[in-house]
Design a protein around this ligand. Structure first.
Ligand code: FNR
Length: 188
């Protein structure tokens, strides 16, 4: 079994990125599970909190799920042409303490995607993640092109179901390519 952890960088109930991730869970090849994580239990990073109390329970749980996973699927919103703070905050927490970076992120296959109501569909947010992934040493999947979802409010219905058939096909193909990449990386 290949285990992926999925993280959507939004706390919003009707998040387009959470809907994209839930759609991804229905389009995975056989033998793959997607463990969708919530960022709700992750507090704002504060070095004093870390020094006084260590890694908070909600962070430690997410960190171990990511460390154990064969790959990571991240759906990023775009805020002001870059990644949103709520997701960067979680990624930063998981990089603490620094000696755990290799265990949690090192060589971890990671695929990025994102949805926004705008015309660029998170292209700039995805680009803004590149120095972060490089710093953390993940293995970024780039074989399947880019999974941008522009004008995303039209791609999902009111229940968050993916109703854009072309996108459904593209997402399925992207995920199949990513799973091949994960398996070839030898983490699965
Ligand atoms: C946005 N949004 C946005 N969209 C975009 O395509 N480019 C951008 O630069 C921004 N900037 C931005 C800043 C801030 C502060 C907010 C709150 C929003 C719109 C954003 O893409 C939209 O709210 C998405 O629906 C957010 O993702 P979720 O919550 O639906 O997953």
């Amino acid at each position: 079994m290949t285990v992926l952890v999925g993280i959507a960088g939004s706390l919003r109930r009707r998040s387009l990125n959470a809907a994209l991730l839930r759609s991804a869970a229905t389009l995975l090849p056989d033998g793959v599970t997607l463990d969708i994580a919530s960022l709700a239990p992750v507090p704002l990073y504060n070095g004093d909190l870390e020094a006084d109390q260590g890694i908070p329970a909600g962070v430690a749980d997410l960190k171990e799920r990511v460390a154990r996973a064969d790959g990571l699927l991240v759906a990023t919103p775009e805020y002001n042409n870059a990644m949103p703070g709520v997701l960067k905050n979680a990624v930063d927490w998981l990089s603490r303490p620094a000696q755990d970076i290799k265990r949690v992120y090192g060589g971890k296959p990671l695929a990025l995607m994102g949805a926004s109501p705008g015309r660029l569909g998170t292209a700039l947010a995805q680009a803004s993640w590149l120095p972060v992934w490089r710093t953390l040493g993940v293995r970024l999947y780039s074989g399947g092109g880019f999974l941008y979802v522009p004008t995303a409010t039209a791609a999902f219905d009111d229940d968050g179901e993916l109703i854009d058939e072309k996108l459904r096909e593209r997402l399925g193909a992207y995920l199949r390519g990513f799973v091949d990449f994960v398996r070839a990386a030898g983490t699965a």
